[in-house]
Write a protein that binds this ligand. Structure first.
Ligand code: GTP
Length: 253
């Protein structure tokens, strides 16, 4: 599959996004003597602005993985369109993607979110996409012990095929189905702690924590790309905990 076929033309962003970056903008205008004219002053260079500019051109690859039926497609549809389509389950065939722009601290972060097929027979297709992933959302279904038990195998695959610095987040989906719950929240938390990855329970049906999951990833990726030297390092775990508390998200799970 040709991966970038639906991307917007890059030139559109180049001309409009950061007009303050002009080819000559690094040179001050001033009178020069003959000798000065031969050695023009070094261009001033705003590193942070350039990073923002580069970020604006780049799609950051985020990939959704987990067993078939855990709700990867539903989570993406909820994030992208704010809706849940109930009814019969139609498994993803191969792979698909959605582009989504998330604004983080006034910077536009462009996520290209890949929705993979959870079925075993598509596994080799999925592996090919791990390498370019900047972030990876790993889902299980809180009503399925098998999908939870398989998380370790998924993480082994991730460590084998993805870049070592990929941002990983563990999500326990279908949190609205509390009466069918097979995995307690603290079990999810414990597994996440074991692998040092952030964790939250989500519901693609009610939308709970869906936006937060993607925003937290976008924030982490943005901070990695545009980290001001004097700025404290972004702590994704702390951010998620603070946001969960703010929204009172978990009281009705
Ligand atoms: N109640 C509830 N049902 C959900 C939720 N998320 C997904 N579902 C349902 O679970 C089934 C599977 O959802 P999908 O989103 O297709 O699962 P998937 O992980 O993309 O599956 P594959 O494409 O086979 O990998 C569908 O019937 C969804 O409606 C959720 O948060 N709550």
């Amino acid at each position: 599959m040709e991966r970038m076929e639906s991307m917007e033309p890059i030139s559109a962003h180049y001309t409009t996004a950061y007009p303050e970056i002009q080819p000559d903008s690094g040179y001050e205008s001033r009178e020069t003597t003959d000798s000065q004219a031969k050695t023009p002053p070094a261009p001033t260079y705003d590193e942070e602005l350039v990073h923002k500019f580069v970020l604006n051109l780049t799609f950051l690859q985020t990939i959704l993985v987990g067993d078939s039926g855990v709700g990867k497609t539903s989570l993406l549809v909820q994030f992208d369109q704010g809706k849940f389509i109930p009814g019969s389950f139609s498994a993803t065939v191969g792979i698909g993607f959605t582009n989504k722009v998330v604004t983080v601290d006034d910077v536009k972060v462009k996520l290209q979110i890949w929705d993979t097929a959870g079925q075993e027979r598509f596994r080799s297709v999925t592996h090919a996409y791990y390498r370019d992933a900047h972030a990876l959302l790993l889902l299980y279904d809180i009503t399925s012990k098998t999908s939870f038990d398989n998380i370790r195998a998924w993480l082994t695959e991730v460590h084998e095929y993805a870049q070592s610095d990929v941002v990983i987040m563990l999500l326990g989906n279908k949190a609205d189905m509390s009466s069918d719950r097979a995995i307690r929240r603290d079990e999810g938390e414990r597994l996440a702690r074991e692998y040092s990855v952030p964790f939250m329970e989500t519901s693609a049906k009610t939308g709970v924590n869906v936006e937060l999951a993607f925003t937290a990833v976008a924030k982490e990726l943005k901070h990695r790309a545009v980290q001001h030297p004097n700025e404290p390092k972004f702590q994704i775990h702390e951010y998620i905990e603070a946001q969960k508390e703010k929204s009172g998200c978990c009281s009705y799970f």
